[in-house]
Structures are given as structure tokens and as C-alpha cells.
Design a protein. Structure first.
Length: 281
């Protein structure tokens, strides 16, 4: 019995070793067309786009980004008050606004969000505007909820949501965070007019390569037609080149940008400086 077990173990070891050699051999084989495309080659900075993303829900996309960051909570001192026009509303609409107002008075975002979801289905624009204003009072906390409303079929609601969204985003100091949120919106929101304003959050970053990389990532990496169109227009404005595809974009980046200094470069520079200092002394 022991002999049989040892034979089995030896056989398994041989199979594992053979698989390991086969995998190593396959991974070392070159691409059929030569070097893989979109990789860092030599000393050039080139973009490697991610696989194309499916069209996501804009609320979920922004929530994914916001959940990874610590968002500031800066709310206006004065809350919206809707009592002035309640008497003019039908009973059903009055109850919808009151439910939004109750959550707002308690500063309970979850309650306002749930009440707003129902109120936004009302055919009465007054009720819908009240829901958007209530959400907007919560600032950055409401960014995910306000995002899809910027593409609302009612133009007034879309503009109100966009103004509330931009005010909330303005409370975030970190440029990178605002750009990350804007990128998520560019990939999901089907409102070109709103996106033409939002793309500025991406282009306000300090590193031009990071800006272009984000724009190329939107163009090549998502299925949101409005976002792709706005990103392409911005790419062409910044580069002065017509967008003709990822290969041409990579070529332009190679010709116009040097790679960032690596840690090894810094170490080498320090060693050279130290050698020169020692020699002078």
C-alpha cells in the first residue's frame, strides 16, 4: 500500500512539473504580430486601455468612487422649506413633499433619499424640484443620487440637479478625487450638455499625461456614446490632432511625453551627486 501511494505521489509531481514547464513556455512566447500593443515600450509613456466597460448605472458608478473616499460634509446652514406652496398642491403631492420635508427636518439622508425616489415619479414638477433641492442640501453625500437626475427628461429638473451636483462637487478639495468622480460620470451619464461641463474636472489636473490617459480611457474603455463623444472632442482640442484610434494616440503620447522618473533613477542621481560631492571635497 505504501509503495502504491509513493508511486501516485511521484506521478502527480511529474504531471505538475510538466504543466509548469508548459505554462512558462506559453507565457514566454511573443505575440503573433510582434510586441504586444499598448504596453510601456522602452522609455516612452503609452496608454494601455482597459477592456471595454458595459454601460453602468450612473448612480452606482459614482457611489463606487465616493465609497472609497472620505467625503467632506459641508451643508448650507439654511434648509429648503416647502411649506409655502403645500396648500396649492393636490393631497397626494402634498404628502410626497411632506415626507421629503420630514426627512430633511431630521437631517436623515436615507429617509430623504427614499422619499425623493417616490417624489421624483410625480408628474408635478413642483414635487420633483422639491425632491432635488432636498437631496442637494446634503452636499457630497448626495452626489450619487443627483448624478442620474442630470439626465432627467425634464430640462428644468436636469439643470437644477446639475447645479446642485456641481455645488456638491465643489466641496471636495482634492483635484484627483473630483477627476475620478467626473470620469465615472463620463462613462455612464447620457447627457452631453452636462458632460461638456463635467469634463473640465478631468482637464483641471496638473499632469497633462494623466489627463490624456483618462480621456483615452473613456474613448476606448466604455460604451457611453455621449461620454465618448465629449472625451474625443476634448482630446482633439488638447492635442490638436484628430482622433483616429488608440495606435495614433499612443504614437502622439510617445512623441510628446517622457516617462516619469523612476525610483531607480532617483537613487542613481543621488549616488552621482554624492560621488561628485566627495570628489570636490
Amino acid at each position: 500500500m505504501k509503495f502504491r501511494k509513493s508511486k501516485c505521489l511521484v506521478a502527480l509531481a511529474l504531471i505538475a512539473a510538466s504543466l509548469g514547464v508548459f505554462i512558462c513556455f506559453r507565457s514566454s512566447e511573443p505575440e503573433a504580430d510582434g510586441a504586444p500593443k499598448h504596453m510601456h515600450t522602452g522609455a516612452k509613456r503609452v496608454h494601455r486601455p482597459k477592456s471595454r466597460e458595459k454601460l453602468l448605472d450612473s448612480r452606482s458608478a459614482v457611489r463606487d468612487v465616493v465609497s472609497k473616499r472620505k467625503m467632506p460634509k459641508s451643508r448650507p446652514d439654511e434648509k429648503p422649506a416647502f411649506e409655502l406652496f403645500l396648500d396649492e398642491l393636490p393631497e397626494h403631492d402634498r404628502k410626497l413633499v411632506l415626507s421629503v420635508q420630514d426627512g430633511l427636518d431630521e437631517e436623515n439622508f436615507d429617509a430623504v433619499s427614499k422619499a425623493a425616489d417616490i417624489a421624483l415619479k410625480s408628474k408635478n414638477p413642483v414635487v420633483r424640484e422639491a425632491a432635488v433641492e432636498a437631496l442637494g442640501w446634503f452636499g457630497t453625500q448626495a452626489l450619487p443620487e443627483l448624478t442620474p437626475l442630470m439626465a432627467d427628461q425634464d430640462e428644468d429638473i436636469a439643470q437644477l440637479a446639475a447645479s446642485q451636483w456641481e455645488l456638491a462637487l465643489g466641496d471636495i478639495e482634492e483635484t484627483e478625487t473630483r477627476a475620478e468622480i467626473a470620469t465615472a460620470v463620463m462613462k455612464t451619464l447620457a447627457n452631453k450638455e452636462a458632460l461638456e461641463s463635467i469634463v473640465c474636472e478631468i482637464t483641471n489636473q496638473d499632469d497633462d499625461f494623466v489627463i490624456l490617459e483618462a480621456l483615452v480611457g473613456i474613448i476606448e474603455g466604455c460604451d457611453n456614446r455621449a461620454g465618448v463623444e465629449v472625451a474625443r472632442e476634448e482630446y482633439e482640442r488638447l492635442t490638436g490632432e484628430e482622433w483616429t484610434g488608440i495606435d495614433a494616440a499612443n504614437k502622439w503620447l510617445e512623441e510628446n511625453y517622457d516617462p516619469p522618473a523612476s525610483d531607480n533613477d532617483d537613487v542613481l542621481k543621488n549616488e552621482v551627486d554624492q560621488t561628485q560631492t566627495s570628489g570636490n571635497s
